[in-house]
Design a protein around this ligand. Sequence first.
Ligand SMILES: [Zn+2]
Length: 162
Amino acid sequence: MKVPAVKLLILNLRSSEPASAMPHGGKRVKRKETFWMACDSTEQLRAEYGPFRTREEAEAQARNLGFEFLLRYEHVLSEEEKIVEVHTVFVELPAAEESNSVTCRFHTRCASCGECSVHEEAFRAEVWADIHEFEHSRHRVRLFEQTRAAGLKEIANWRECA
Ligand SMILES: [Zn+2]
């Protein structure tokens, strides 16, 4: 997971992005290059994953890996394409819908009216369903289990076996 050579990665990035794309205004044109990494902490010793061209890609990968930070690299390049300045900015991801401590959640959704809710414990889902089905006769609540690996998965016949 460690990224050994950022410089190498940048070269790879650039191979698909011709230098002609940059504007040539004055004599001393400096070009700025930005990319994103997913990372697990802001410490010196951290795992980084990437690079990504867009924040969205990095964020999606970070969420996949359970990482909580993004690192934005800004390189200021000289005319000779040498890195003259490096800026790094850490971005903390907003709390994910499912945090690290919660690996499984229960989603209830009424098949009749579409009302839905999310619960961290199975019994709360049951209580929600009980109340809903009590308040709305002939409504039927479906239960979904959400796990990091499998996403949403319906638990069929759950009311029958309760
Ligand atoms: Zn309903």
